[in-house]
Design a protein around this ligand. Sequence first.
Ligand code: SF4
Length: 151
Amino acid sequence: MLQKNSQIEPLFWQKKSLMDMNDAEWEALCDGCGKCCYRKYIKGRGRRERLYYTSVACNLLNVETGKCSNYLERFSLEQDCTKLTKKNLPQFGWLPQTCAYRLLYEGKPLFDWHPLISNDPNSVSRANVLIKNGIHEKDVIDWFEFVIDEH
Ligand code: SF4
């Protein structure tokens, strides 16, 4: 069961816009899939530009659970770790298609497996949303060998 938080209004993701959510609601929106913590890269220019997703994970990510192993110190430990905010969300077009922030930004509903709906944090893993066979960046030489389909 998810912990109750008095700052979180029931069904807030259906009632409020992203901009109207408070900090606790904004944080609760994350389904914890960890997919944004896998490396991506862009190749080509102009019309040939293409975004590649990989199974190469940030060194801090627990690839089994999809959780950051040092959430509190992540910004000092990983230079390119970026906080997703209401302001920068429009620039994060690379977020996975299942990401709750992306879904709401695009006017789509959350999936039934989202913990806010299932009331069970394990439902994300059961729905096979986590990236499989993740490998840490420190163990990889060529990211291109770990390109995966868009997620
Ligand atoms: S991809 Fe979206 S929902 Fe998944 S961990 Fe990242 S911010 Fe949270």
